[in-house]
Design a protein around this ligand. Structure first.
Ligand code: ATP
Ligand code: MG
Ligand code: FE
Length: 345
């Protein structure tokens, strides 16, 4: 199926046209520069920017695709999870286009979109596989059983991996978003310069949870260490700090993903979300998986962070299975991944 998809769950106004697992066009208008001066995303500002940009992005995506409205089978929009005011803009635009052009409408779960980003690298990927979803708001190990069928096997109990990158960058005065700049600095630093706590979830019956993670203690440890280094009056070894922090996050994620894939007998790990762009994670997970004959798949670099191509890819598959949404579905700040199919009831 050919789908026009709109994504406005956070600070990217994105529109794409996707034919099954292939991208015909993808427009991403990022608001990063606007939110940078506040050190993070300001919800009200995000909504207004989406209103400002969405019609232009739709026109650009259509133009770049080289196809006409008559060749589009359905219109999709991200409806959950995210900032409600931001979601509402793209969702309303999608519903309106569907009504005007008399096409079916498909509401899409943003995290299912991040899972589907890996299909853009390998259109032959088929469930079952394990998805390591590492984004700004989520860190989960997801058993992908089929389109729309997901079981979350592990998750963070506090900060998400991307959130940890953003918070550590902020305390080191590196600006927003933190992931790309820490990734860059880490490449020049010594990952063994500082020993930092990986963070674990203890089980009441003893031992640690094999797949759940925790990153807030790591963030606090970086803060304490930075204060201690500052007190010496010497310049802070920022690249070593970035490298040591990144290595700790990467180790925690790699260990859990490999253990989970092995225990569930899954021989493919597909990574998704903004942190999937991290060069340290890409290298280490790949290397750790090889001896276990586990295949690791990453989305194309620019489809790790938010985009509409991944939303269109998920929507196209739902459409092919006869799943379309009621126009009454609302923008919701959250919806468990296990309840994705309620969007098509
Ligand atoms: P969610 O998908 O959970 O709703 P989100 O949409 O805001 O959250 P994404 O767009 O998937 O999150 O990813 C953004 C996050 O990815 C930010 O936290 C950013 O710092 C992080 N990130 C981006 N590039 C890199 C990188 N190279 N290394 C590490 N983190 C990165
Ligand atoms: Mg973003
Ligand atoms: Fe996202």
């Amino acid at each position: 199926a050919t789908v026009l998809a709109i994504e406005t769950s956070c600070d990217e106004t994105a529109v794409a046209i996707v034919k099954n697992r292939h991208i015909l066009s993808s427009i991403v208008s990022s608001q990063i520069a606007i939110h940078q001066k506040y050190g993070g995303v300001v919800p009200e500002v995000a909504s207004r920017q989406h209103v400002e940009m969405v019609n232009l992005a739709i026109a650009q995506a259509l133009e770049a695709s080289g196809i006409t409205w008559s060749e589009i089978d359905a219109i999709a929009g991200t409806c959950t999870p995210g900032l409600v005011g931001a979601l509402l803009v793209g969702l309303t635009a999608a519903k309106t286009l569907a009504i005007v052009h008399q096409k079916p409408f498909i509401g899409v779960h943003h995290l299912e979109g991040h899972i589907y980003a890996s299909y853009l690298s390998d259109p032959h990927l088929e469930p079952p596989f394990l998805c390591l979803l590492v984004s700004g708001g989520h860190t989960s190990l997801i058993y992908v059983k089929d389109c729309g069928k997901y079981e979350v096997l592990g998750q963070t109990r506090d900060d998400a991996a991307g959130e940890a990158f953003d918070k550590v960058a902020r305390l080191l005065n590196l600006g927003y978003p933190g992931g790309p700049v820490i990734d860059r600095l880490a490449a020049e630093g010594n990952p063994r310069a500082f020993a930092l706590p990986e963070g674990q979830i203890s089980l009441p019956e003893g031992g640690v949870h094999p797949y759940d993670s925790s990153f807030s203690g790591l963030k606090t440890a970086v803060l304490r260490l930075t204060q201690k280094l500052q007190a010496t009056g010497e310049p802070i070894p920022i690249a070593d700090l970035a490298a040591s922090f990144q290595a700790t996050v990467v180790r925690a994620l790699t260990k859990r993903a490999i253990a989970c894939a092995k225990n569930y007998g899954l021989n493919t790990i597909a990574v998704g979300g903004g942190v999937a762009a991290n060069r340290g994670l890409r290298a280490e997970l790949q290397a750790a998986a090889e001896p276990h004959q586990i295949k690791v798949l990453f989305p194309p670099m620019k489809f790790c962070t938010d985009n509409a191509a991944m939303i269109g890819c998920a929507a196209a598959e739902h459409f092919d299975r006869g799943h379309t949404s009621d126009f009454a579905i609302a923008a919701q700040s959250r919806l468990p991944l296990s309840e994705v199919m309620t969007l098509y009831a």
